[in-house]
Design a protein around this ligand. Sequence first.
Ligand code: NAD
Length: 284
Amino acid sequence: MADDSIQPAELRREDVLTVDDDHFTTDSVAIVTGGGSGIGRATAVALAANGLTVVATDLDEEGLAGTVETAEECEVEGTVETVAGNLTDDDDIERIVAESAEFGQIRYLANIAGLQHIDPLPEFPMEKYDLMHQVMLRAPFYLSKLVMPHIEDTDDQVGAIGNMASIHGHIATQDKAGYITSKFGLRGLTQSIAAEGAGTLRAFTISTGYVKTPLVTDQIPDTAAERGISEREVVEDVMLGDAMVKEMMEPVEVANLFVLGFSKHGRHLDGGDLTWDGGHLTTY
Ligand code: NAD
């Protein structure tokens, strides 16, 4: 399907926000989870385009290879290394951080990996709840716990942890209780990191509405068929009905928020949230 209101545009170097920052060099490592697809892929490429050594991690090895290819096509100044792993496995989490440290000084962590499951609360499968909690809350907690000492070990203790939340980290809708619970929790984790980070080791969340990634676009044809409406109507009326900006975001637009948050221009962003929601939470 070629509808560009739904399918993401090809990631181009000129769409990446580039910041001149003394810490954005290949000596600095940024770990990006979910780096094999969607927002994680775009973030890995955008951070590498800003000169960093990025370690993209994901379950999906083919996806990771696609991220390296995209970075090459964008002729990034930094590099994208890959470490495959499952964020439900503590040994993998420890290995991801240990291997990342071999590439340089870990200063940045982007917790992006995630998944969705739709069911009413009384029917919500507990194994799905546990999986969502493990990937979207426990793994960010454990990765942060392991990465914070690396940032504290640097000459100036400058670094940041960016956590991918959602408008569903602020408001609730039906049938997404597992996701919403994890995303609300992620904001608590973020504020806890800020409280312990002494102001130079910062943390922030990013909360967006709908972004053109497989997590969302895969659901659109089914929703259209179920409701007997067009795919464009699903986007404009169902997904973006409560937003003022009637377009889904591109993954690179979210990636640029990680660049901003990690950079010197994010210096006063500590525990806070970048709410890029097209007016969804602020208007009605
Ligand atoms: P995506 O499906 O394109 O990417 C998610 C990635 O996470 C996949 O590559 C997947 O393999 C990886 N992953 C899942 N479980 C894993 C595990 N156990 N171990 C390692 N990796 C695992 O989805 P996306 O839209 O890019 O989502 C990224 C994040 O953004 C998620 O946390 C999601 O909740 C959040 N988010 C997405 C949207 C949106 O509209 N797409 C909006 C707000 C927030």
